[in-house]
Design a protein around this ligand. Sequence first.
Ligand SMILES: C[S@@+](CC[C@H](N)C(=O)[O-])C[C@H]1O[C@@H](n2cnc3c(N)ncnc32)[C@H](O)[C@@H]1O
Length: 377
Amino acid sequence: MATYKLLATAAMGLESIVASEVKDMGYETQTENGKVFFEGDERDIAKTNLWLRTADRVKIIAGEFNAFTFDELFEKTKEIEWEKFLPVDAEFPVQGKSVKSTLHSVPNCQSIVKKAIVERLKKAYHRNSFLDESGPRFKIEVSILKDKVQLSIDTSGAGLHKRGYRVDQGEAPLKETLAAALVKLSRWTPDRPFVDPFCGSGTIVIEAAMIGQNIAPGYNREFDSEKWPWIGEDIWNEVREQAEEMANYDQPLNILGTDIDHRMVKIAEQNALEAGFADIIQFEQRQVKDFKTTEENGVVVGNPPYGERIGEIEIIEEMIQDMGRVFSKHPTWSVYILSSMARFETLYGQPATKKRKLFNGFIRTDLFQFWGERPKK
Ligand SMILES: C[S@@+](CC[C@H](N)C(=O)[O-])C[C@H]1O[C@@H](n2cnc3c(N)ncnc32)[C@H](O)[C@@H]1O
């Protein structure tokens, strides 16, 4: 097996969480401009795709160099041994981005890279005619930052947030990768109760259940690199079988999702069923102000609506006040709320133990953390 320079891409704000996930899997990492680099072979490509919960994609760095002219871009792209990655029938769309660089026309850069790879492959495979691109897909990206070109191949295909359990989504679902990050940041362990009082389509509770039973998030989906001849089905099958062995379906979980809207509760139930947690996650239609429990040391994670319209904002402010009141009755519980509201702590009636800046798509938010009292020994 060969060793590749690999890259786990992360959404803005999640870089350090992705990096610690990659480290926890046993790799040495290097983080640069929001990208988490590590090294690995074919099996590692399959493993990281299957297991990373908070990364967007896993890519192979095919080449890196400086380029200031289109000629340079063409020649240096052609020097890369693309035939090591791409079979003669590979489909290889090229996408691009350029930031603070002399070569700033992205369409031109894309077509030059495409032409250079075509030329390289034709020579390597002794083809005079065109390449029909009828085979497996290799999405190529040319990314130029301050004249440094990075050429990468996407091993994931669809973004890793697509786990395959979302049947329906409602209005403002959280991306699965961010939901998993919230659960990780809450430091919840499967022996503690877990509640999302704004569960919407159920993303956070489903991600928590997958973490709780150690289920690989990518187990039920496909990846572009599964079809690549040099990785081979055997490796993927092996990595999937290992994941099946590592899953702990017997781990009891106490996970509850509630929402004011009964239609959302239905959607969440459908998604949980699809994810295989029909009997494991409980759902109820309930307002956050009616939260009650007799249990101790639980964890609440949720993202209430942020409120974009006037009128709506007043209702939401009242709800945050209710939330502060209701959770203050349970001092052993830890509460983690993702919100873009600047006045959140004032309304909640308590300063957060800690805040962490995160982006929900392009919306700047904070994860307001109210840590519970330490469990008595
Ligand atoms: C931003 S969405 C949450 C999305 C969810 N995390 C997901 O991934 O689908 C906010 C949810 O809060 C619910 N909600 C609004 N007011 C509420 C209240 N007072 N009590 C409980 N849920 C409420 C809405 O029905 C909506 O589903």
